[in-house]
Design a protein around this ligand. Sequence first.
Ligand SMILES: [Zn+2]
Length: 172
Amino acid sequence: MKTCTKCGETKERAAFHAHARSPDGLQTWCKACRSAHAKATYDPAKASAYNTAHKDEIRARKHAYLQENREKERERIKRWARANPDKAHAIKRRYAEKHGDRDLLRLKQFVAENPECKNIRRKELRDAYVAYVMTRRSKLLKPEDIPQDLIDLKRQQLKLLRELKEIKHEDR
Ligand SMILES: [Zn+2]
């Protein structure tokens, strides 16, 4: 529990945003107070001027964040795409129309230069490949419908099957 220095209410720790440099790791104002204050003092012209003045800095910070949080961001985007399938599909299609040929060429070139990377999803039993295996014969299910724990189970099964195949091969 912690008391907000703005509204004076005592609330759960979850009611405060994190703040790494403060002694207890939390902001002094509660989330509600911070958000109310931000709304009350928000000035679009000022914000836009700030963004223009600090363009490079903002871009660098964003880039650093994305580098540090790749998995987290990927998951966040996946969740969003699942919740907004139509929008996600439209974005994917727009992207494919704009960059499809270029991406395909780059992929072909990359595989030509790195033959060991060919079929790496299959070789390493990555999520996308396992989900594909589970749905390739289904008319109803798409790879993105398969929950992660099922993918993990299926991966174990595929691994075992591969190992069995190896053993049989050695017996011959
Ligand atoms: Zn408060």
